[in-house]
Design a protein around this ligand. Structure first.
Ligand SMILES: Cc1ncc(COP(=O)(O)O)c(C=O)c1O
Length: 381
């Protein structure tokens, strides 16, 4: 038997990878499962995006290895998109690095900047990948609490009381998954000042900025942010291209070069057709956000009804692809609550504990479910 590397004992298989296997096995047994757990857009990318991929297949270089830094026209399209929607100027030559989804960027950034034993500030609740990547690299997760009492925002005064001397990276994610909290420029300004004071690399993971949100914001719009901050963004949720795997990291040239050093040793460029589709998506927004958000708004209204049936409370002043709902009774654990619903009603919802200890007592509904299915879920109760 070949022994696995010791680093594997620091992590478990991703919750969704395990749970969705169970959900699939229930489906295979004929259970009519409604999956409200996962944030994988069920709506299609726009027609012109699909056509751009299709027609690009006959281009001379379509099937060759591609540049590690992406097509120049993709970087130009990202640059124009960031000026238009975030008011942020980025040099397409050296301040933009396209990625195969932002998830791989979490690993690349961590590999580029963390040494074993470095500490990493991670939001609780937050996206589980920040923790697993940190552990895989032998660095140490240090959680900062996000609580309803503090409007799901970091308590910088509390952080100032901690020994931050070993902290190298702080993960941020506004609009926040799973709570849908917006963040705001004021918060970003404070965080940039905090990062400068303590020499911490701030990374804002920003894939939800256009879902049910009229005021997209980038941390890079703060004066001097590029000195200490990177931003991850992605076409997964913004353009319904989650399976295409396309995202980006943005920041100063020095930091991006460090990330490129990792990335260029790990892959051989992104598939040409995907890049051409992405260019089309970024260049032809038009009414795209208005239209997809109309669908999400109708779904959200139905999920609110479901929350009420389940005696859960929720905050309407949130954005993004999920509804974060609070269970009425703190006697039941979130995991028990969702397992009961999975086995009794054939409905899968995500327990808040997947995102950290502060997720106990909460559950997360995805908006990637058709109105018909949400109505059916309501009927099952
Ligand atoms: C907070 C957060 N960051 C990053 C990702 C990864 O997105 P991508 O598809 O760009 O890799 C997700 C996906 O669910 C997410 O919720």
């Amino acid at each position: 038997m070949i022994q696995e590397a010791r680093r594997l004992s620091t992590v478990e298989e991703y919750y969704f990878s395990k749970k969705l296997r169970e959900v699939r096995s229930l489906v295979a047994k004929g259970k009519p499962i409604i999956n409200m757990g996962i944030g994988s857009p069920d709506l299609k990318p726009s027609k012109v995006v699909i056509e751009a991929l299709q027609t690009s297949m006959n281009d001379a270089s379509a099937h060759q290895y591609q540049s590690y830094q992406g097509l120049p026209e993709l970087r130009a399209a990202i640059s124009e998109f960031y000026v238009k929607y975030f008011g942020v100027a980025l040099d397409p030559e050296n301040e933009i690095l396209p990625l195969m989804g932002s998830k791989e960027g979490i690993m690349h950034i961590s590999m580029a900047f963390l040494n074993e034993g470095d500490e990493v500030l991670i939001p609780d609740p937050g996206y589980p990948t920040y923790t697993s990547v940190t552990k895989l690299l032998g660095a140490i997760p240090v959680y900062y609490d996000l609580t309803e009492e503090n409007a799901w925002l970091p308590d910088l005064d509390a952080l100032e009381q901690q020994d931050l001397s070993k902290v190298k990276i702080m993960w941020l994610n506004y609009p926040h998954m799973p709570t849908g909290t917006k963040g705001g420029i004021n918060l970003f300004e404070k965080l940039v000042a905090f990062a400068k004071k303590h020499q911490i690399l701030l990374v804002n993971d920003n894939p939800y900025s256009f879902v049910l949100n009229d005021e997209p914001e980038s941390i890079l719009s703060v004066n001097g942010a590029k000195d200490v901050a990177l931003e991850l963004n992605s076409l997964s949720k913004t353009f319904n291209m989650a399976g295409w795997r396309i995202g980006m990291v943005l920041g100063n040239q020095r930091n991006l070069n460090a990330i490129l050093k990792v990335k260029s040793n790990m892959d051989s460029g992104m598939f040409y057709g995907i890049q051409k589709g992405a260019v089309q998506a970024l260049n032809s927004v038009g009414d795209w956000f208005v239209n997809i958000n109309e669908t999400y708004r109708r779904r959200r209204a139905l999920i609110y009804q479901l929350c009420e049936i389940l005696d859960c409370t929720y905050d309407k002043d949130t954005v993004g692809m999920f509804i974060w709902a609070k269970l009425s009774s703190n006697r039941v654990s979130a995991e028990k609550f969702i397992d009961d619903i999975l086995y009794d009603k054939d409905i899968f919802i995500t327990p808040g504990t997947v995102f950290g200890k502060n997720g106990e007592g909460y559950i997360r509904f995805s908006l990637c479910v058709t109105e018909e299915k949400i109505k059916e879920a309501i009927n099952r109760f």
